[in-house]
Design a protein around this ligand. Structure first.
Ligand code: NAP
Length: 321
């Protein structure tokens, strides 16, 4: 099969297409013939060798993908050859034509959801649900700011928060991104590259007693400002951060506020099960509609890694094997 391999940590150029044997599923494992592969920022940090979790070299990147089950190992129940599925983690890496995954990391894909959309679910929707519901505790009627709403996690967070009955404010950095966020159901959208945008958010949230939950994609830039937007008992959930930041704790004291944070690596099995049960229900009902902004060939994985970090976001980047 064709697969992307990383033999040394470095820039996008270390992503090399190779021919290698198809992986064989062991007990409790499932092999998926992938039709689309999700590209997440974390895969660029791992590839660069700067992430806390470093795989042994050489390795095939990726955990998100969608396709059809083509082999199951012994002891697997509830998943059969021929099932349409999405993956949320892989033992062999999803930047390939075939990937072996633990059975618990393979989930049914509703018929109305395309494979490209299926590749956009695992990390982005898992993170968004974890941040909005399990860490953020969002309640119907609350005001939520999705700070960075035009990308993979942000579009998912807007859809989830809207489906839960919140008043949703989203931000994006381009006109196209703002239109995309509105199309996902945000009640209001502001451009985080425009001067005075924080005052606009404050004005939008004022009638609701301030922002009750911020889902923050770039905390090293925004965390200090987020605290000034919070209403009583407001929460910030840090999803993304690319460096240190200075905050004034007085802003938190004034509202009995919370700064919370998350990483998907910490999700306990029972929470994990709940995340994917909720996502299936939302995908099946049509409340959740993954946005695929760009499709590239698997051979263009290096370009996908450049784009996911450097370009302005527009939904999800997926690779087609
Ligand atoms: P993405 O698709 O590249 O989206 C990035 C988002 O950040 C876009 O909406 C982008 O908006 C926005 N952004 C850029 N500059 C911003 C600013 N100054 N203020 C607010 N937002 C800004 O990435 P993603 O997959 O959604 O992931 C978002 C972040 O969360 C990444 O840092 C990723 O590493 C992290 N993450 C963490 C976890 C976890 O477990 N904690 C899981 C998944 C992702 P424009 O491009 O329109 O400006």
């Amino acid at each position: 099969m064709k697969a992307i391999r990383v033999a040394e940590f470095g820039g996008p150029g270390v992503l090399q297409m190779v021919e290698m044997p198809e992986p064989v599923p062991g007990p409790g494992e499932v092999r998926v013939r992938l039709r689309a592969i999700g590209v997440n920022p974390v895969e660029t940090y791992i590839r660069a060798g700067v992430y806390a979790h470093k795989p042994a070299l050489p390795y095939t990147p990726g955990g998100d993908g969608a396709g059809v089950v083509d082999a199951v190992g012994s002891g697997v129940t509830g998943i059969a050859v021929g099932d349409r599925v999405y993956t949320s983690g892989s033992l062999t890496g999803t930047y390939a034509e075939y990937a072996v995954c633990a059975a618990a990391r393979v989930h049914a894909l509703p018929d109305a959801v395309t494979f490209a959309q299926g590749a956009a679910i695992g990390v982005p929707y898992g993170t968004a649900y974890r941040a909005v519901v399990q860490r953020g505790g969002l309640l119907a009627g609350e005001c939520v700011l999705v700070h960075g709403a035009s990308g993979g996690v942000g579009t998912a967070a807007v859809q989830i928060a809207r489906a839960l009955g919140a008043f949703v404010i989203g931000t994006a950095g381009t006109t196209e991104g703002c239109a995309l966020v509105t199309a996902q159901g945000a009640h209001a959208v502001v451009n985080h590259r425009e001067g005075g945008y924080l005052e606009r958010i404050r004005g939008l949230a004022e009638a609701r007693g301030g922002v009750q939950l911020v889902v923050e994609m770039l905390a090293n830039v925004n965390l200090g400002h987020d605290l000034g937007l919070l209403g009583p008992r407001g929460r910030v959930v840090v999803v993304g951060s690319r460096g240190p930041v200075e905050i004034n704790p007085r802003a938190l004291m004034g509202c009995d506020g919370d700064i919370r944070a998350m990483t998907l690596f910490n999700v306990a099995p029972e929470d994990y099960m709940r995340i994917h049960a909720a996502l299936f229900a939302g995908l099946e009902s049509g409340a959740l509609r993954p946005v695929v902004g760009r499709e590239l060939a698997l051979a263009d994985a290096a370009e996908a890694h450049r784009a996911v970090i450097e370009d302005r976001a527009y939904g999800k980047i997926v690779l087609l094997p």
